[in-house]
Design a protein around this ligand. Structure first.
Ligand code: ZN
Ligand code: ZN
Length: 278
């Protein structure tokens, strides 16, 4: 096993400005925990979900963000981020949020296709197999639209609904691993063409004991069709989860043939070597 760098870059985290984050996730507390956990670059990517009640006012976050940025300058690279969900469902609203402040990085994601219902909220035990397959196909179609048209920098948790299907004991219906990675090809080809980075989301490791999202096989497939940009996010909503499973994710990236990860500043991508660090 090769040495991965000691300086982690966690580009997907949620502060108190996300309604589902722990109440002690102030930006300042996040910075303190990040330093403690060996994180050198931290993006605070609060939820603004077009189809859901997960919304915040990016301007109202500025004071806390700027004060933390100044306080931790030189020790922590703090990035002003946003996780913009279902941006294709409300292009004008998405534009307004995107232009509210000068972000360093914007994540694009899809959390659900039924009004107000996150994939997390569905009980997959109640569905026939073909209904689950239909939900999955709808999701992949939405991800393709997002990847082809959305204005964002990192595609977050590409297999999102699958984790909840597995949670409810119906993972064999999708059987993503066995059916191959080709189902993700349109999504991946679109982000490759548009220089959008693919996130390795580690939340499923700690929540469900699964491989990160994507896991090794999908990451290898992405690379085999020309994927170059990857970034890593814990999707932490609690202090203890900041930077969780980063080392494993970096090892997996190396195993898939990647030597660099992407970080962002002012929505411009740059790369840092996994082995040499920042
Ligand atoms: Zn998300
Ligand atoms: Zn998130």
């Amino acid at each position: 096993m090769r040495n991965t760098n000691q300086m982690f870059c966690d580009l997907h985290t949620h502060s108190v400005y996300s309604v589902d984050a722990a109440r002690d996730m102030t930006i300042e507390n996040m910075c303190l925990s990040a330093l403690h956990r060996g994180i050198g670059c931290l993006a605070v990517t609060d939820h603004y979900d077009i189809g859901f009640d997960y919304k915040f006012d990016p301007v109202s976050r500025e004071e806390d963000f700027l004060s933390a940025k100044e306080k931790f300058a030189g020790r922590l690279d703090l990035l002003r981020g946003l996780e913009l969900g279902e941006m294709m469902d409300g292009p004008e609203e998405a534009d307004r949020i995107r232009s509210a402040v000068d972000y360093d990085v914007i994540l694009g994601s899809v959390h659900g296709r039924l009004p107000g219902l996150d994939y997390h909220d569905l009980d997959y035990r109640q569905y026939e197999d073909d209904a689950i397959v239909r939900i999955w196909k709808d999701y992949l179609e939405a991800m393709t639209v997002l990847a082809e048209n959305g204005d964002f920098d990192i595609l977050a948790h590409i297999r999102y609904p699958e984790r909840y299907v597995i949670r409810d004991g119906r993972g064999e219906v999708l059987d993503v691993e066995k059916k191959g990675c080709e189902m993700f090809e349109p999504v991946l080809r679109a982000i490759i063409r548009r220089d959008i980075s693919l996130e390795i989301n580690t939340a499923v490791v700690r929540k469900f004991g699964l491989q990160s999202d994507p896991g090794l096989s999908l990451l290898k497939f992405y690379r085999s069709i020309g994927g170059k940009h990857i970034s890593i996010g814990s999707d932490a909503h609690r202090r203890n989860d900041l930077g969780a499973n980063m080392r494993d994710a970096l090892e997996m990236a190396l195993a898939a043939g990647f030597e660099e990860i992407s970080v962002f500043s002012g929505r411009k991508i740059r790369h840092i070597s996994i082995e040499e660090g920042v």
